[in-house]
Design a protein around this ligand. Sequence first.
Ligand SMILES: NC(=O)CC[C@H](N)C(=O)O
Length: 397
Amino acid sequence: MSSLIQDNRPEAVLALADGTLFRGRSIGAPGRTIAEVVFNTSMTGYQEILTDPSYTGQIVNLTYPHIGNVGVNNEDTESGRIYAVGLVIETLSPIVSNFRAKETLSEYLTRSGVVGIAEVDNRLLTQIIRDRGAQAACILTAANGTLTDEELNAAVEAAKSYTGMVGQDLAQVVTTKAPYEWTEGTWQIDNDTGATSYTKPELPFHIVAYDFGVKQNILRLLVNQGLRVTVLPAKTSFEDAMKYSPDGFFFSNGPGDPEPCTYAIETAKKILKSGIPFFGICLGHQILGLAVGGKTVKMKTGHHGANHPVIDVKTKHVYITSQNHGFAVDASTLPANVRVTHESLFDGTLQGMELTDAPAFSFQGHPEASPGPQDISPLFERFGQMVRTYAESKAAR
Ligand SMILES: NC(=O)CC[C@H](N)C(=O)O
């Protein structure tokens, strides 16, 4: 697909609650969105970022200055739709050129009813977020092509009305309504034909994955480990999950504040007592932290990017990782049976932990990448091994 993008778009504005205005052009649906705006420093992967359910309730400001050049395809989605509630970019690529592209980024946003703004000084916006933290913001598109003073004022007022992310349980909003099976592994492209094929490994072991807003590449990488995955709604009780006789529990990433997810925290406590292997990613990691009695905190800017160095505190091995979180587990609140395994080399925050008295571990960043480096994907192998060991010991009993 290769097509020129027209540039007769309506004006749009991104307003901050303090009255700062970033004027630009609408590249998505007409309308208005109110949310916190965070920046993501990934150089690639806008489609994966937009479709990551963890971005529910957030406007994403992509710092890479040129976005949209490869369009939008059928494969690079992390869920069934766009979850970010707004997109901010500097320059929209005037052409789309990629053999997989099915539509332009702008068409995708518009079709999805998502507001987007381009041609803003998003470097300045990023500096504001860096200095003051994630900001309450409103994106508003001009109703008649050109922004009026009333519209600019209304955008600032709307930004002021934002009530914040703290206390919001968004996992229960995005979770699956009903359980389902996932049996598809990672995919490859045939270099000659361009066709996509999915890995279909043998699946001798069975786990349940709690869906708090799960990214599909996580499910694919679990399947690659030979794990048949039953995905469960966030509020499934431990007792109901046990009806599946799982050999492992996985807790997914997800949007919002982990603290109000009390149902999941209670489930995690029961899992830890059961002796069945547990692996949590991002929100799942934070829920583990709360289940063992630790506390979570809202970070200033959070971590959103694909080049975050994380150190394994035992081996001193450094991994470049994909990250997307605005809350963090406060390591100083963790009890003695928790060992810190990984730390961020950007700010020292907790990135990974394991229990010394249960087969449970978790990671704050995104070992599934999508987008980003795959340095730390061996965490999936670690979980696969734990599940195999557990299942074999169960069979021998
Ligand atoms: N990607 C995630 O799971 C994010 C977790 C949580 N919503 C946070 O912002 O920290």
